[in-house]
Structure formats: C-alpha cells, structure tokens
Design a protein around this ligand. Structure first.
Ligand SMILES: Nc1ncnc2c1ncn2[C@@H]1O[C@H](COP(=O)(O)OP(=O)(O)OP(=O)(O)O)[C@@H](O)[C@H]1O
Length: 349
C-alpha cells in the first residue's frame, strides 16, 4: 500500500535581495496514516520551510522542486483549486502563537463552526450537507475532546489562557477530520507542564483518529514524547531518522547527540537546570562547502569530514544517518565497498 505522504528529493531555494538561500536540500520523507513524525533541528535548519512547502504555503520567492505525493498525487503540480480543497478538508496546519491565528472578534464557537460548515465532510445517513445544528454539535464535541468545556463556545479568544487557546487551535485543526496535520512548534510558547498535557492530548487524538502528523520542534525530547519516528534536520538536509526511542537512546549522528543534550527533558528538572548546550552556530546555508555541514561544530570530526560529502545512508535496521563514521571502512571511505542505497522500508522517515 502507498504511504499517505511521500516526499521525494524535495528542495526549496529562496531568491531575493541578491541572495540565494538553499533552505531545504534533497529531503526524502515517508509518513503513513496514523503515524506521527517529529522533525527536529535548530533555528534556521529548514524545518518550517520544509513543512510549509508540503502544502505550498511558501511565498513566491521560494522555488520548490521534487515531489510531494499525497495519496499518490503530486501536490507540487496540483491545480490551485485542488490545493485549496486539500488544505481545508484533508490537511491542517497548527502554528505556534494561537492568539495571532485566532480571530479576536469572533467567538470560538463561530470560528470552529465555520470550517465545519464550509468544508466539513457530508454528515448524516442521507449524505446531505451538514446542517448548522450538526456543525454546532460537532464544534462542541471537539472543544470537549481537547478539554475545553462546550459552554465556552460563546467566549472570545482573549478570554482563554495560552494553553487553552492552543487546545482550541488543535480542535480547529481536527474540525474537518483531516488525514494529515502539520504542527509547527505548537507548544513552544507554553509552560512545560502545559506543553506536556497538550502533546499528550494531541497524541491521543491523532492515534484514535488515525491521522498522520508531522510535528516540528527544535526540542528533540518534546518530539520524542509523542512521535513514533523522528527525523533530524541540519542546514537544510536530513541528517538522521529512525524510530523515536531508538534514535534518542542510541543516536547515530553527532548532531542528534548534541541536540538531544541541548534541551531539557520534559519532567526532568535536573536536565532543565543544566542543559549541556550546543556550542557554535549553524552554517550559513548560502555558503556551504563540499564536506559535512556539521564538521565545524562536530566533536567527532575527522579530517576527511571537511571535504567528503556526507549522504544519508543506512545506519542499522530502520535507521538512517548522514555521518561518514557510519560508513564501513571509515575513514577510508573512498576505498570502502559501495554502501547500498537505503531500501524503501529503511528510507521511511
Ligand atoms: N522568506 C524567506 N526568504 C529568504 N530566506 C528565508 C525565508 N524564510 C526562511 N529563510 C531562510 O531559510 C532557512 C531555513 O529557515 P526556516 O525558517 O525554514 O528554519 P527553521 O528550522 O524552521 O527555523 P525556526 O525554528 O527559527 O523557524 C534560514 O536560513 C532562513 O533564514
């Protein structure tokens, strides 16, 4: 069976102001229905650009190449009318900062009912259009499912706390029963305990409903809490991917190791007090050399890393890494036997 989403050789380049920024470079990803994939990486690594490109939400200055196959259909070449339908009825995006995403002059109830009415699937045994009453009932159920009492339907966004607003955003994302949710730092602005509650909630809802989720964060430990699989981005490329637990317990790329130590672990006060940090800055994507982009900051760097391109290769069953050290024969990688291309299953990210 085809995966729900298959991204092939995706690249995004921003052009403007005399600069060319290759923000995403040659990314392959696969997401099955009901699967949650966490996309991690520091600020500027290209996570948001990648996520927004999937639904063609980038500005015109961004040139996107490759394929984004949603249920086998390439969204990058789909008609705009089709894209609009996909964005509402089949895929939802949850951004950080719910206050700006919610309309301050409309009640929460109205904001939930509108998309259900406009784009919701047909309701009822008779297959007729959804009625106003049915839409209100569904909106109320959705609010309850994210832990906001249905009687608050008549309240306005400013009458809720930040955590409640983020829950409402999740309810809105679920309103049209999407197959796919893209959540970009959905809990970053929130208190750590509220973050954990909301992620648990999102995780339960998406698993119950069989929704595929791509969740973005700079914080690997947050992603590890709720995602089945993790993919780590650095300088616009995927540098590691695999099942969450395996990737966190036994990282196969030094950047993943550094990233997992750099941020506090939810529920672990000690790690909040003394995060090890991630020294140095990511490279300018417009000025990348031929070697591994992480070489300048890597604690395990070898002299060949500065000049030898590092491709994503199999680093164990169901694991991929772009560190040259996983290659057989390292550091004599030039003379090592050719590394098999990742298999279709192994390439799942
Ligand atoms: N509209 C734009 N025009 C030009 N360059 C851009 C634009 N948007 C992003 N970039 C550049 O693309 C690269 C990737 O940015 P992106 O926002 O996708 O990263 P990110 O990992 O999501 O970071 P953050 O966590 O800070 O949002 C960065 O170098 C950024 O400066």
């Amino acid at each position: 069976m085809n995966p729900m989403l298959e991204v092939k050789d995706l690249a995004v380049t921003y052009r403007g102001g005399g600069r060319t920024v290759p923000a995403v470079r040659g990314v392959d990803l696969t997401l099955d229905a009901g699967q949650t994939l966490g996309l991690a990486g520091e600020s500027g690594s290209g996570k948001s650009t990648l996520a927004m490109s999937l639904l063609r939400l980038l500005p015109a200055a961004a040139k996107v190449t490759g394929q984004v196959l949603y249920q086998g259909e390439d969204l990058l070449t789909a008609k705009w009318s089709r894209m609009r339908a996909v964005r509402w009825a089949e895929a939802s995006v949850v951004f950080q900062g719910a206050m700006t995403a919610l309309n301050p002059v409309h009640t929460i109830g109205d904001q939930l009912v509108e998309p259900i009415l406009l784009h919701g699937r047909r309701a009822g045994e008779d297959g007729g259009r959804i009625t106003d009453k049915q839409a209100r009932t569904r909106a109320a159920e959705l609010l309850e499912s994210v832990g906001v009492p249905a009687r608050r339907m008549r309240s306005y966004p400013h009458e809720f706390s930040g955590g409640q607003r983020q829950r409402i955003m999740i309810a809105m994302a679920l309103a049209c029963r999407p197959n796919l949710i893209i959540a970009d730092e959905p809990t970053t602005a929130l208190d750590v305990m509220v973050q954990a509650q909301i992620l648990d909630l999102l995780s339960d809802l998406v698993h119950e409903e069989g929704i595929g989720v791509i969740m973005i964060s700079h914080d690997l430990s947050v992603l590890g809490q709720m995602c089945d699989r993790l993919a780590v981005m650095y300088a616009g490329e995927l540098v590691e991917s695999g099942p969450s637990r395996q990737l966190l317990d036994d990282p196969r790329h030094p950047y993943t190791r550094a990233l997992s130590r750099a941020f506090p672990t939810i529920g672990d006060p000690a790690s909040r007090r003394a995060p090890a940090g991630l020294p140095g800055d990511p490279p300018d994507p417009a000025a990348l050399g031929t070697g591994c982009p992480f070489a300048a900051r890597c604690p395990d760097v070898h002299e060949i890393c500065a000049t030898t391109p590092a491709r994503l290769v199999q680093a164990g069953p169901d694991r991929l890494s772009a560190c040259l050290r996983v290659l057989p024969g390292f550091p004599d990688v030039a003379t090592a036997p050719p590394v098999p291309e990742p298999s279709a299953e192994g390439a799942r990210s």
